[in-house]
Design a binder for this molecule. Sequence first.
Ligand code: ASP
Ligand code: MG
Length: 416
Amino acid sequence: MKVFKFGGASVKNAEGVRNVAKIINRYSDNLVVVSSAMGKITNLLETLGKAYFEKDGKADSIFNSFKAYHNEICAELFEERKTPDSVQNLFTELEIKLNKTPSLDFDFEYDQVVSFGEMTSTLIISEYLNVAGRKNKWIDIRTCLRTDNKFRDASVDWELTEKLVTGIFNFEKERLYVTQGFIGATTWNLTTTLGREGSDFTAAILGNVLNAESVSIWKDVPGVLSADPKKMEGTVKIDALSYREAVEMTYSGAKVIHPKTMKPLHNKGISLYVKSFLSPDDEGTVIHNIDHKIELPPIFIQKENQVLVTLSPKDFSFINIEDIERVVNFLKENRVTVTLMQQSAIDLNLVLNDPDAKLENIFQELMPFYTVRYNIGLTLITIRHYTEETLDWMVKKKDIYLEQHSRLTARMLVKQ
Ligand code: ASP
Ligand code: MG
C-alpha cells in the first residue's frame, strides 16, 4: 500500500479537489489519502480560536466565512449545489462548540477549533470521490492516532497508535481510505494537533506503522529545490536525496517537508516522493536510502524570525562546561528549542526559532548568573554543500551576527 498526502494548496478550491481525484484515479494500489485543511483555512481557524477564547465578538463572522468557503466549494462539486449532510453536521458541531464558554486553557481550545479544518476537507474529498465513482472509506484519525495531552504540539504514542491504526486501516474490505493530517487525540479522546504543517508527519506516521511501500507528498512545486524560488534565482530541482540530507535541509528551515517526517520513514526504509500535483507525470524528488555524499548542488535555506540570545557570566569568568550544562538543562526543562549554539570566552550564543513566549520571561531564571542580551528578527542562512563562490556570496551579507562552518554546511545569522 501507499500513502498520499495532499496539502492545503492542492485542495484550495473545487478544481483542486477534482484534480486530487484525478491523481488518485491514476493509481490502482491500495491507498491511504491524508489531507490538510483546504487552502489557508488553518490560518482562519487560528483567528477563530483566538476570537472564541478571548470572547471578542468576532467569532460569529469568522465562523460564517469558514462555512461560506466550504459551501462554495461544495456548490461546485455536488449535485444541486448541495453541501453534503456530513459536512453540514460538522458546521453544527463547531457552532455548538463556539456557543459554549471556553475553558481557561488556550492551547486546548485552539486544538478543538483548528481541527475542524482537516475534518471538513477530508469529508468533502471523501464524499466527492464517492460520487465520482471512487469508493473509499473516511476515517476519523482521532480514533487511532494517539498522542499525549500537550495541546498544539502533541507527541505520538507510537505503541498504541500502531495497534489501533493497523486494526482500522486493514484493507480487508477497502482499497482506499481518506483521513486527516495534523490532528490526533489523547486516550481521553480529546482532540490534539501535532504542530503547524504537521500533515506530512501524519503521512509518515501512517506509512511507518502500516509498512507502506512509499509515501508521496503532492505539492505545488516540482519537487525539492536547491533554494526557495521566491527568494533566489537559478534554483534547480534535486532528483534524489538521502534521508540525512533531507533532515538537515528541513531542520535548517526548508519548508518543503515538515522536519519530523523523515525519522519514521528512515526507520523503516520507506521512500518519500515529493511530487507536483500540477504535473503528476513528472518525476519529482525521491528521498530514500542513498549515500548522502552523492554530488549535490549547493542548497540554500533561509529561516526567518530567529533570535540570538547571548549569555555572559556576570563575574567575567570563562564559559565552562558547568555553564553549558546549566543552560542545556534549563532549555530542556523549559522546552526551548535551539537551532544553533556557539561559545566564545565569555559568551554563550543560542539561536532560537521564533519563541512564542516573552524572552524576558523565558530567561528570567538565568538572570542572576548571566547578563542576557537579545537580537531579534534575524535570518539564519544555511548553505549545504557550499562552494568558494557561494561562501563569497554569503560573506557579502551585511550585519553578520554569527557564523559557523562545518565540512558540508555553512551557517550565517544575519539581519536582512
Ligand atoms: N492544516 C495544517 C496547517 O496549515 C496542517 C498542515 O497543513 O500540514 O498547519
Ligand atoms: Mg498546510
